[in-house]
Design a binder for this molecule. Sequence first.
Ligand SMILES: [Fe+2]
Ligand SMILES: [Fe+2]
Length: 199
Amino acid sequence: MQPDRYITIMREKLDRELFAHSLGVADAAADLAEQYGAERDKAYLAGVIHDYGKRFNGQELLNLAQEMDIALDRITRQESRLLHAPVGAALIKKELQINDPDILSAVANHTIGRSGMSQLEKIVYLADYIEKGRDFPAVYRIREAASEDLEQALLEAVEFAIRSVLDRELLLHPRSIAFRNELLELQRGKMSNLSDKLN
Ligand SMILES: [Fe+2]
Ligand SMILES: [Fe+2]
């Protein structure tokens, strides 16, 4: 894996702000990988390229998804910006010849999430929220959680994401709800294990 090559490509393709965000996500993902036992190099590279599809508008993303046989559903047809993740993953494979399935799935699932995420998928999802350039009120709490408990931080991140979908009156994807419920159930399980131990 040669991250420098892909950094150069991203610098050419993305605007300044999105490029800085991509490097921030790469750094955050590499740190999380070290902390939570995933492959650092894969996490870094996935971070660098995760928003490869973000430079297209909604209509372009719909066209690209159709061209590349990416499955659409009722929600992604209407909230087509969500497609920057799976379309980005397909383009990365086609244009950058990155074939690593772990990296491609981390890119494809970084926006909506899903239940049963791999460790690398979780790390890239979370890194997208906590990279150093992010500055929204909940980010400080999510960063703090990330230093102790990956799933707790993810739960807070996905709940933040869901709230912001509601605030903007957008359609909420059922896969995000499944992801959130899975995390909440997991955290509840951890809490009851802990209280069993204490009793
Ligand atoms: Fe994204
Ligand atoms: Fe991003």
